[in-house]
Design a protein around this ligand. Sequence first.
Ligand code: G3P
Length: 219
Amino acid sequence: MKFFIDTANLEQIREAHKLGVLDGVTTNPSLMAKENIRGEEACRRHYIDICRIVEGDVSAEVIATDFEGMVREGEELAALDPHIVVKIPCTAEGIRAVTYFSAKGIRTNCTLVFSVGQALLAAKAGATYVSPFVGRLDDISEDGVALVAHIVRVYRTYGFRTQVLAASIRHTHHIIQCMDAGADVVTCPLNAIMGLLKHPLTDSGLKQFLADHARVNQG
Ligand code: G3P
């Protein structure tokens, strides 16, 4: 299972990378805006900066919503670095663009996926990744993890090679649930990744080990 961080913040990417367990990065226009990155040129420089930190797939999203615009932007993004994966919304124009990129050998991440039907079309179009948004479904009282499990089941039944990338992860428990559901990748905020490490018995056990060591090594 691959582990991506879902942020455009370079410090957070560096921090996760230092752990040695990071396989990639996902970004989106909202995450780029949160870092106050403005204009096409600044965005491109930022993607290159991210690629220099992480030797893994970096999803960079197109802003255009029409096929021709997505193709133009996607080709420019893909040319920035071999690790760039072109992120494309799951719309009719987006599915056309995924088909186009797939034929050209350019990798894609089909995003904003909220149903098995959308995931089916993304896989048929040859997407490298499909991104079901777990947290946003939970927000409207649907079951985001159940969608991940359903997509995994359908893809395995038919042998689709598209990888299921669980996105919109809000907390540590989502990560575990998506692992259980068979997700190929989970992309998470840094606090959810660090949350995996937290256990009170680890903290109290370490405290005890250090206290015992100090007691017999005093003087
Ligand atoms: O990867 C998609 C993700 O960034 C969306 O997360 O928390 O805005 O629903 P969220």
